[in-house]
Design a protein around this ligand. Structure first.
Ligand SMILES: *Cc1c(COP(=O)(O)O)cnc(C)c1O
Length: 217
């Protein structure tokens, strides 16, 4: 696979879903990928990226941004509260708002800075004990808490359980977002991004299908 191939499939899926070109964002997930590959994607016109680690993103993106000032970087990995300050400085969006303590910290930072990255609430649609995210039952209360802190998430994000049909999870996320009037839906990865687009995704997170397998530790 390559960026060009994925772009073609992405554009076709957006068109097939009857949605406007530009209404869905392809996030190229560049975590752990060599800089040369990320640079190649930037040179090929890719501007939206996903990263999982604050430290890694803080180390590599300032130099890329100097060359490509319109590049956007989205945090899609778990965010420790003690890295929130650095995260709001590095990222344009955070897809992993998953607990009240993090919301409180982000609200404080937003107030101090007068600005806040776009926020997505991660929902644990499979109610998996080992997985981060707000449980579906707790979403209403969590969004109320956010509102009380003057935090305004723009959407929801999910990572469906491995080896399960993602459809019911994508549907649940879309239904919850609609119920709360949230326009953003971050769902779909290398193996299922076309399905996610058909089901309403506004942001798909595609890593290995664009860049190849990630180098392991
Ligand atoms: C790594 C990662 C991706 C990209 O996964 P691929 O299977 O390589 O497309 C998407 N979303 C999240 C949350 C990730 O951590």
């Amino acid at each position: 696979m390559s960026l060009t191939e994925i772009r073609t499939r992405f554009d076709a899926a957006v068109a097939a879903s009857g949605r406007a070109a530009g209404s869905v964002t392809l996030l190229a997930v560049s975590k752990l990928q060599p800089d040369a590959k990320v640079l190649g994607a930037l040179q090929d016109g890719q501007r939206s990226f996903g990263e999982n680690y604050v430290q890694e993103a803080a180390a590599k993106w300032p130099a890329f941004r100097a060359q490509f000032p319109d590049a956007k970087v989205h945090m899609i990995g778990p965010l420790q509260t003690n890295k929130a300050k650095q995260a709001v400085e590095v990222f344009d969006a955070i897809h992993t708002l998953d607990r009240a303590s993090l919301a409180e910290k982000l609200a404080k930072l937003a107030q101090a800075r007068g600005q806040c990255p776009a926020l997505f609430v991660q929902v644990n649609t499979g109610a998996e004990p080992q997985k981060a995210g707000i449980l579906p039952d707790a979403l209403d209360a969590f969004l109320k808490d956010c509102q009380a802190m003057d935090l305004t998430p723009q959407g929801l994000m999910c990572i469906p359980p491995d080896a399960e049909d993602p459809r019911p999870h994508f549907q649940m996320l879309a239904d919850m977002a609609a119920r709360h009037g949230l326009s953003g839906l971050s769902m779909g990865m290398s193996s299922d991004f076309e399905l996610a687009i058909a089901m309403g995704a506004t942001h798909v997170r595609v890593g290995s299908a664009i860049f190849g397998a990630r180098p392991t530790g």
